[in-house]
Design a protein around this ligand. Sequence first.
Ligand SMILES: NC(=O)c1ccc[n+]([C@@H]2O[C@H](COP(=O)([O-])OP(=O)(O)OC[C@H]3O[C@@H](n4cnc5c(N)ncnc54)[C@H](O)[C@@H]3O)[C@@H](O)[C@H]2O)c1
Length: 272
Amino acid sequence: MSSRIAGRVVAITGAAQGIGAATAALLAERGARVALGDLDAARAAQTAARIGRGALGLPLDVRESASVVAFLDAAEAALGPVDVLVNNAGVMWVGPFADEPEAAAERMFDVNVHGVARGVRAAAPRMLARGRGQIITVASVASHIAPAGEATYAATKHAVLGYLTGVRQELRGTPVQLSVVMPIVVRTELAAGTSSGGMPALEPAAVAEAIAGAIERPRFAVFVPARVGPLVRLLALLPQRGRDVLYRRLVPDQARETDAAARLDYERRMLG
Ligand SMILES: NC(=O)c1ccc[n+]([C@@H]2O[C@H](COP(=O)([O-])OP(=O)(O)OC[C@H]3O[C@@H](n4cnc5c(N)ncnc54)[C@H](O)[C@@H]3O)[C@@H](O)[C@H]2O)c1
């Protein structure tokens, strides 16, 4: 068992399925006590029961500050002080910008940006008072690039990276660590019907492993896979024409390549 994970209390948002569920399972296996929060509370409870090892499934809507506070309170009442909060809940609408329903854009900002800020505001003061803690946010490589067909989603992931960069400055020198995990396309329901472009899609377990790695060795920016980091930095240095060439090779055009029919069920449930 690993020393930095075993015995830690970890609260994970959006953990009923996908990356959050894989992260909860991996950390529990390594000895953490995990609380899984999700809008789909029944599914969070089922996932927690499947994981076992005392995992706890709880209701959570990151669109409500009171719900985020209640989630942390319930996790702490059952498991003890939360050492690590994983802000993972997220939603994505895909398609041409002109077709995007305003409600979908608002929902993405509410969950992907404000939902993370609600988690930070609820967890950081408790962690500062205790003199320890880590807040890990699952952002995306779309915090640095913006594929066609994902304009607003990428805007939310750019925004959340900007938010965390600022909060990190405020927390520097304190015992509270911030991390931002930025994966490429991952095989989950959120990415249903999308293209993975020039790189094969990841399994949720690969992101879970990167999150476990960020607990073992706390650092701010974590790309998944790690080789994406230098590519993103290269893109930022290139003049616009060179950037356009690399985009065409590596970044999928989700406006054209996505199978919209495969996303209907997900987008109806998650984006209203
Ligand atoms: N799948 C990918 O390709 C990919 C790539 C990079 C980053 N991400 C990010 O990873 C995170 C997890 O996504 P995933 O791919 O596992 O998706 P997913 O749809 O499989 O899981 C997301 C979970 O979040 C929950 N959720 C949605 N809104 C919520 C709310 N308001 N309050 C609480 N829970 C809510 C959903 O019920 C669901 O269980 C997201 O932040 C996503 O943006 C995903």
